[in-house]
Ligand binder design. Structure first.
Ligand code: SF4
Length: 487
């Protein structure tokens, strides 16, 4: 499949719409090869021509944009025409319609803030963007479930993210910034030393700016790829450096059972974690092997038991719908196995294929099974087991354009997940790959990036600290630094 867009002011949205139907399609800049399946959109003045050619069908629509249409409306008209044509040509109806943004729940909050009532919101989602009734209801329900957590926030609230970019081995679908301890184990100790220095720097700045720390999240990578002693030291550093008096959640990802020992689970508990994440992704040994995990389903169950024995009372477990070799029946079995453990949180992801992942780089695509059926099964099952959905996001390249949803037992919603996804407050990030997101007045967002990989981070550490000056400069601009205006 080839995609050709000509004469459009913005091809980005149109390309995104086409990719929902043909995920692996190649962008071409001249004519599509004769006889090849392709999507073409061509604009000349007010005249727009959309064409979709598949093996079975060739559909064309020509229309004229109304005079004096805003660029935004023009983009919508083109995308809408293309979307309708693609639906007709493929027979596919994407569950999120032509909504391409990654945060549908945030959109619900925005429409609500703008004063749109329920009927207007529904019209925006379901009529204008062809979102299915089920997905619209899910987004609205999640927005309601988040309200109390969001209301707790003040302008100077922030969360702290700490990156441990090391893993025991690389999963085939992974596109995160992470390196294996096998390959880069020698970097762990110097990395942690610099990380401590960066945390000291951030803590000083947060104190000067009178920021209020709400949640701490140690993620990666796999934080449990480092030793129990190193984990304990890192958590001690956080307690020593930061004002923890308002912290309501301290999460540590203990994602992989192949490096999460009882000793590390005890260190994390003693270090003050209030929430951990053990991520089986699947409970099928065959699928685990297919994604490059060096552990079995039994290891996950043992790890969970060890976490309970260490005193962890709030555990999240991640599952992924659409993994290679998985099937709807296999996914149902994994979900049933996770439910039998009764974790406080279950996050159901849909597989996302990004360019950096091995799955994409391998020539032969895996058989994904019926992903929509898997996701729907989780939506049908989890409420009956006492879980409510509390956050949702989508990513580019996700199979069938589906979503990732966090489910929690009442009172156990992951606060950090809500804060980062709905962009309600600043996230200050430390470590390689850390992306600081500053949320200012009126939802203004600015970003400061750390270097991506551990070696880069170590070699350019002075620059990492220097870039952080932007945080202070922006807060200085946004607020007058008078504690009275802390919001
Ligand atoms: S554990 Fe997570 S970060 Fe590490 S390789 Fe697997 S998917 Fe990537």
């Amino acid at each position: 499949m080839e995609l050709l867009f000509m004469g459009l002011a913005s091809t980005y949205e149109a390309e995104h719409i086409a990719r929902m139907f043909f995920p692996g399609a190649k962008m071409v800049s001249a004519r599509c090869a004769p006889g090849h399946p392709c999507v073409r959109v061509r604009r000349a003045g007010a005249r727009v021509m959309c064409g979709v050619r598949t093996q079975e069908k060739c559909l064309v629509k020509v229309f004229h944009l109304p005079a004096e249409t805003s660029p935004k409306q023009e983009e919508y008209e083109v995308c809408s025409a293309l979307y309708t044509l693609l639906k007709q040509a493929t027979g596919i109806r994407p569950p999120w319609g032509m909504l391409t943004g990654v945060r549908p729940v945030r959109l619900v909050h925005e429409l609500h803030r703008k004063g749109l009532d329920e009927a207007q919101q529904r019209a925006f989602f379901c009529r204008r963007n062809d979102v299915s009734e089920e997905k619209y209801k899910l987004a609205v329900q999640i927005a309601k479930n988040q309200q109390e957590v969001i209301n707790h926030n003040i302008l100077r609230s922030y969360s702290l993210y700490i990156s441990i970019p090391f893993c025991p081995s690389r999963c085939s679908y992974c596109s995160f910034v992470s390196t294996t301890t096998e390959k880069s184990g020698v970097l762990v100790a110097p990395y942690l030393e610099k990380l401590e220095e960066e945390l000291h720097h951030i803590a000083d700045m947060a104190a000067r700016l009178s920021l209020r720390l709400e949640t701490v999240y140690i993620g990666g990578g796999t934080p449990t790829a480092i030793s129990a002693c190193q984990l304990a030291h890192l958590m001690e550093t956080v307690h020593r450096e930061f004002d923890m008096s308002c912290v309501r959640e301290f999460t540590v990802e203990a994602g992989r059972p192949d490096c999460t020992t009882p000793e590390k689970l005890a260190a994390i508990h003693e270090g003050g974690a209030t929430r951990i994440s053990i991520n089986p992704q699947t409970l099928s040994d065959e699928v685990l092997r297919a994604i490059g995990r060096r552990h079995t389903a039994q290891d996950v169950l043992d790890c969970f038991a060890a976490a309970r024995a260490a005193g962890h009372k709030n555990i999240n477990m991640d599952l992924i719908a659409g993994l290679p070799l998985d099937t709807p029946a296999g996914f149902e079995k994994s979900l049933a196995g996770v439910l039998a453990l009764s974790p406080e949180n279950i996050t159901v992801h849909t597989l996302t294929l990004k360019r950096a992942s091995n799955l994409v780089m391998q020539a032969a695509p895996p058989a994904y099974g019926d992903v929509a059926q898997m996701v729907q099964h989780s939506i049908d099952t989890l409420p009956g087991a006492g879980y409510v959905p509390y956050y949702l996001y989508r990513q580019k390249g996700t199979l069938q354009n589906l979503e990732n949803t966090g489910w929690a037992k009442p009172g156990f919603a992951g606060l950090y997940n809500i804060y980062i996804m709905e962009e309600v407050h600043t996230i200050l990030s430390a470590g390689a790959g850390g992306s600081t997101k500053l949320v200012g007045p009126a939802g203004r967002i600015e970003r400061v990036f750390n270097h991506k990989y551990p070696l880069e981070y170590l070699n350019h550490f002075d620059e990492v600290l220097a870039r952080k000056q932007k945080i202070e400069d922006l807060y200085g601009k946004w607020f007058d630094l008078d504690p009275e205006t802390a919001g």
